[in-house]
Design a binder for this molecule. Structure first.
Ligand code: URP
Ligand code: ZN
Ligand code: ZN
Length: 461
């Protein structure tokens, strides 16, 4: 089966060019000047549209046990929503519970995802129990294609790791060439601020943000960087939200340290003002690190241009307002942390192109090419070139759309961007050569997505 995507503008991380793309089976057979291949079994007309490598969301949490409940998207609903929005690969987090093994955790996450994903997927591993066994098991995880390990300086008593535990895991990462991903917030100090707020009756959702000040993200980021320096470990700061943390990352990168960072659309577009919405509406915006005062946003956009921020992931971790976010009425510390976003990352970042914050090529780089390289998937993913998987998005930059919970496909009862009018929208999506979305309809299958055993990060070769 050969599909020709013709007359479009192919956009890769190195620029845009008028070209046709010939797909044969699951891969791209050729990228040619327009008209070289006049025929195929099926034709997708892309005049006036961009032809992009499928988006890679390197940070999602489907069915994640957290805050006494589970994130609301299953692998089936979450990957379907991802496909609707032009994301054709997710990397989700397997979560080690304390007292359990990493390998049993990995098996469990394979069981959840296998046969249930509309697009391809990989895993990172969350380490919440550092001991001799789990340190040794990191090696087996790497052999199984899971070579990035998330640790938490936040959430004492849940996922929190001490500096000593982080040091041990970092030493193992150095030994194996794997990556430590860090949730960098000073959870010990934050918990004191949270307890003081609750005790004095400051219980509304906005206090979630106020008790997690950016200084404590900056401090934890610096500490993680120093630990990485001492051990020689590569470090990837997840969901960076503040200029304080960005400054620490930029300084480390300037000295040549292998420190990388991602941010998320919510930190680029939403703010503490949203957390302060009345009538418990702010709970919809509770995530950690929290949304920051608006003036951090320009710094984050600058970080994306200077490459101190090199990836935008969603940290998709949806909890419904009803019954889930509501667990924290009267006590913000009981609101499950996390926001929905997997469906709209490509569209929201396209607004950055429309507003002149980033170039067209940079849009593709931060949403597809760099995550592919960072997490060992390139050039199978992240680029439109002969031999790559035919994960392709045909994107209409002139179309408009209004985001709403009434029309989105994520399994969550609100949109963080309700009523936002966006320029640009996904027109068609192919995953390994199969049309998953076109003509406003879903044509995919929940069993189509395959597990991706990943190579080590290609920024460390
Ligand atoms: O609030 C968040 N970010 N929830 C998901 C878990 C995490 O820390 O990434
Ligand atoms: Zn985190
Ligand atoms: Zn996360």
């Amino acid at each position: 089966m050969r599909t020709l995507i013709r007359n479009g503008t192919v956009v890769n991380a190195n620029g845009a060019v008028a070209a046709d793309v010939l797909v044969d089976g699951e891969t791209i057979a050729a990228v040619t000047a327009p008209g070289v291949f006049p025929e195929a079994d099926s034709i997708i007309e892309a005049a006036g549209k961009y032809v992009l490598p499928g988006g890679i969301d390197a940070h999602t949490h489907m069915e994640m046990p957290f805050g006494g409940t589970f994130s609301a998207d299953t692998f089936a609903t979450g990957t379907t929503a991802a496909a609707w929005g032009g994301t054709t690969t997710i990397i989700d987090f397997a979560v080690q519970a304390k007292g359990t093994s990493l390998l049993a955790t990995l098996d469990k996450w394979h069981e959840k995802a296998d046969g249930n994903c509309a697009v391809d997927y990989g895993f990172h591993m969350i380490i919440s129990d550092v001991n001799d066994t789990s340190l040794k098991e990191m090696e087996s995880c790497i052999d199984a294609g899971v070579n990035s390990f998330k640790m938490f300086m936040a959430y004492p008593g849940v996922f929190y790791a001490t500096d000593g535990e982080i040091l041990l895991a970092m030493q193992k990462a150095t030994e194996t060439g794997s990556m430590i991903m860090m949730h960098a917030e000073n959870g010990i100090a934050i918990d004191q601020l949270v307890a003081q707020a609750i005790a004095s009756g400051r219980t509304d959702p906005v206090h979630h943000g106020i008790t997690r000040p950016p200084e404590l993200e900056g401090e934890a980021t610096s500490r993680a960087i120093q630990l990485a320096k001492v051990t020689g470990a590569p470090l990837y700061i997840v969901h960076l939200s503040s200029r304080h943390a960005l400054t620490a990352v930029a300084e480390a990168r300037d000295t040549g340290q292998n420190v990388f960072a991602e941010t998320c659309p919510q930190y680029l577009f939403l703010s503490l003002d949203d957390l302060a919405r009345p009538d418990f509406e702010g709970s919809k915006f509770v995530c950690s690190p929290p949304l920051r005062p608006k003036d951090h946003q320009s710094d984050l956009w600058r970080g994306l241009r200077t490459n101190d921020l090199c990836v935008v992931s969603t940290d998709h971790c949806p909890f419904c307002f009803k019954d889930q976010k509501e667990l924290g009425r009267g006590d913000f510390s009981k609101i499950p942390n996390g926001m929905p976003g997997v469906e709209h990352r490509m569209d929201l970042l396209h607004q950055g192109v429309v507003r002149g914050e980033i170039t067209l090529a940079r849009w593709v780089e931060i949403s597809s090419a760099t995550p592919a390289r960072m997490f060992g998937l390139y050039p199978r993913k992240g680029v439109i070139t002969a031999g790559a998987d035919a994960d392709i998005v045909v994107y209409d930059p002139a179309a408009t759309q209004t985001l709403s919970a009434a029309t989105h496909h994520m399994n969550v009862d609100y949109s963080a961007y309700e009523g936002w009018e966006l320029t640009g929208r996904v027109d068609a999506v192919l995953s390994r050569g199969s049309v998953v979305v076109s003509g406003g309809e879903f044509h995919g299958r929940e069993s189509h997505g395959k597990f991706l055993a990943r190579e080590l990060s290609q920024y460390l070769n």
